[in-house]
Structures are given as C-alpha cells and as structure tokens.
Write a protein that binds this ligand. Structure first.
Ligand code: MN
Length: 429
C-alpha cells in the first residue's frame, strides 16, 4: 500500500477541513451546463478536475485508454490495478505545487477545472448488482432486542457469517435524488388483514458501500486473503427503508419492497489507496470464523467518522442525530466479498456492496431512526423543537464521512436526499 507524503501540497487552494485534499482524489462522473455531457472527474478542494480534458491533452496516458470521456467509470475500473495506481500517481503529480504542467497553464486550467457548485454529479458507475449486508453487531443486536428477544437478540448464524441479501441495482441513485415516499402493504393490527397505504415508518440506514473493482468467474470464489484486491473504493450509502412494509413482508424470504425504492449513494468514489493510511482492526471475532472467512490481515477495517443530519423543510438548521465510525463493523469487507462468492456467485466490476447499518455502542451512535427513537418510544427533538420518530415528508437526510490522521484528511463529501409525499393512488374500479 502507498505511503503518504504529508508534505505534499497542491497549487489549488484547499481548506484544511476539506474532504478533498490532494491525498484523496476521489473519482466521480459530472456534467456542466455547457453541453450536459457526462465525463469523469476528480474532486480537489471545491473544484473538479476534468479527467477527459487531462487525458485528451496527453497528460494522463493509461494502458488501453482513453477511459475518462465516458458516462461511467466502469471501463477505467475494469482496466485494473496497474492503471488505478498509475492514474492516482499522475493526477496527484499534476495537482501538486511543484509541477508546472497544469499550474502554469491558464488555458488548460480554464478547460479542466470547474467549481463543484457549478456542476451536476451523476452515478459514478453503472451498477450491475447491489447487495446489502447486516454486519454491525450493535445494529443487529438493537433490532433483535426490539423485535425478537432481548436475551437472545442475535440469531445463531450472525456470528458465523456476514448475513446479507441481494438488493436492487436499478434503484441505486446518486445523492440529491428526491425520494418519493413508498406505498405498499402495511399491517398495523396483528388480528386484521393488511391495508394498502403510504409508508408511515420511513427510515434511513447509515451505511457505506464498497465498489467491486475486479470480478470473478462464475464457480470461482474469491479467497479471503485476496478479496481486498477486488475492491476499488467506497461511497456513503443511505439505504432508505420502509419499516412498516418490511415488518409485514420480510418473513420468510427477507427484505423486498421495503428496500427497493431507493438506495442513495454519495457521488465520489474514495479509493482504497486513499483510505490506506486509515486502516485499523475489526472488533475481535468470537467465535473464530470458519477457515474460509479467517483473514490473515488484522488491519482489515478503516477508521472513518460518520454522521447523519436531519433537516426539516421549514428549518434552516440541520440537527445531527447520529455520530459513529466504520471501525465498529464486525465483519470486514473482504469477509463479506468472500462469503458472497463462496458458492461460486459471480460479482462484477461496479457492483456495490452495502455494509449494513453502522451503529456504534451508544444511543448517539445508532445508524437508523428505528434505533435512535427506539421503535418510536423515544422521539428525537430537533433544533427548533420539532420531534421525529421516523422521517417525514419534506425532510432532508444528510450523511457525511471522513478520515483524519496526522494532519491528513480524506473525506467522502455527503449523500443527501429529500423525501417527497407519496403518490396518491386511486384503485376504484
Ligand atoms: Mn441496509
């Protein structure tokens, strides 16, 4: 893994608390108003460096390229680790204070640098498959305590495998996409038949997702000590969830409509190379995992600060309702990917794998409203006095994440989504 040169500076003005330092260089897909054309860029400070322009100018030549004058990053990611390394090195050099190619060319800067505030971000990859895990022990324990048995909150399989389900790739959407409140079957009373209604218990789930950078062939599992090499980078994920739909539908086959209306991701993919300085250990796994899940590496997790803010429509100030950290996750991303493929299941470049709700040990670190307001028994008071047990129409949910160490900051920016009222259906015949 890369070592970090903390003396490295950029000729671009970057605030010390910016997520997008020269040590980060996350990839995204953007367009500007000139022609609306989607192409790849890298975030730097408050700006975006247009990689299609840099590539066309002959300053970024990769094997098998060009890669960046395209509407998704899939081809670049699929081109392999050598190109990931080469691209990062070259882009970092071009943005550094002591390289003149971009620094001293006003013409090139005019063509290649945009203010983030002036561009529109799009899905960074075409997502062939979306999977969501359930790998926070605190979250699984909280949910098990509320809905099953406090003395037996975790099901027996939970400490043996990274539990997950195959989700819906077509409804993975980029930050800024409005979320229409879903409707479906709810069963408010145990003794009655279900009703058709707008969801009354709309929730967020604070998660990250990793982006698969290298697939496998069907029938060929990915070994746990090699799995990390199959991961390109990470994004923030709000796994929007309809708790009342979920409660009625999930037995016996797990989540279905409760999870398929929107899975919202931050637009910038932070690479594993950028996150390498923030490696840390997963919590101790007891019992020791079966051999196929037993990882050699002990620094298989990451120290990433995460938060959730809630902003009602009629308010100017968001309220922080959760602060937690990715390092609490029990199962590592490598273990998740290995377990996913152990049967021979094929994963593909661009696949997104959600971590599962990331809850920490204390109530202020719980990653969903279900837990924060403890199944609506402890409503949260927001700045301004409004209370919430779940998410209401007009509310905006904002998730942020960053790592910081030795004066180096690598952040994700945010994933932000606003809830719109449900569609009014009329099924009269
Ligand atoms: Mn989830």
């Amino acid at each position: 893994m890369s070592t970090v040169d903390s003396t490295l500076t950029s000729f671009i003005d970057i605030a010390s608390d910016s997520d997008f330092s020269i040590h980060n260089l996350p990839y995204g897909i953007f367009s500007d108003t000139a022609d609306g054309k989607r192409r790849a860029g890298v975030a730097i400070g408050e700006q975006v460096l247009d990689l299609a322009v840099i590539e066309a100018a002959g300053l970024l030549s990769l094997d098998g390229g060009p890669y960046f004058d395209k509407p998704t990053l899939n081809a670049f990611i699929d081109s392999g680790r050598n190109n990931w390394t080469q691209a990062r090195k070259t882009i970092q050099m071009l943005l550094s204070s002591d390289n003149d190619a971009l620094r001293d060319s006003q013409d090139l800067q005019k063509k290649a640098l945009f203010q983030q505030a002036d561009v529109t971000m799009h899905m960074p990859v075409q997502v062939p498959g979306f999977t969501d895990f359930y790998s926070s022990k605190e979250h699984a324990t909280n949910v098990g305590t509320m809905f099953r048995d406090p003395s037996n909150a975790l099901l027996p399989n939970w400490t043996e495998m990274p539990v997950g389900y195959n989700g819906r790739a077509s409804t993975v959407v980029v930050s800024g996409t409005d979320i229409v409140r879903p409707s479906g079957q709810l069963k408010p009373n145990a003794d009655d038949r279900p009703i058709f209604s707008a969801c009354k218990r709309l929730d967020f789930e604070l998660e990250t997702a990793f982006v698969v950078g290298k697939g496998n062939s069907i029938g060929q599992p990915i070994a746990v000590d090699e799995a990390f090499d199959h991961i390109f980078g990470m994004v923030l994920l709000n796994d929007w969830s309809a708790r009342d739909i979920q409660k009625w539908e999930y037995v016996p086959l797990g989540p279905f409509n409760a999870k398929t209306f929107a899975s919202e991701v931050s637009p910038w993919i932070v690479t594993m190379d950028a996150l390498a300085p923030f490696k840390t250990a997963c919590p101790t796994q007891e019992p020791k995992p079966l051999a196929y899940l037993d990882e050699k590496a002990t620094d298989n997790s990451f120290d990433i600060n995460l938060s959730v803010e809630l902003l009602p429509e009629d308010s100017d100030s968001a309220t922080v309702v959760c602060e937690t950290n990715f390092k609490y996750m029990y199962w590592s991303m490598a273990q998740q990917l290995t377990h996913h493929t152990i049967t021979g299941c094929k994963v593909e470049v661009g696949d997104m794998m959600g971590s599962g709700t990331i809850s920490g040990p204390t109530p202020d670190s719980y990653g969903s409203m279900l837990e924060i307001a403890w199944n609506a028994t402890k409503p949260v008071t927001l700045t301004g006095g409004a209370t919430r047990s779940f998410i209401e129409d007009g509310d905006t949910v904002i998730m942020k994440g960053y790592s910081e160490k030795d004066g180096i900051r690598v952040g994700f920016g945010e994933v932000r989504g606003k809830v719109l009222p449900a569609i009014q259906f009329n099924f009269d015949k």
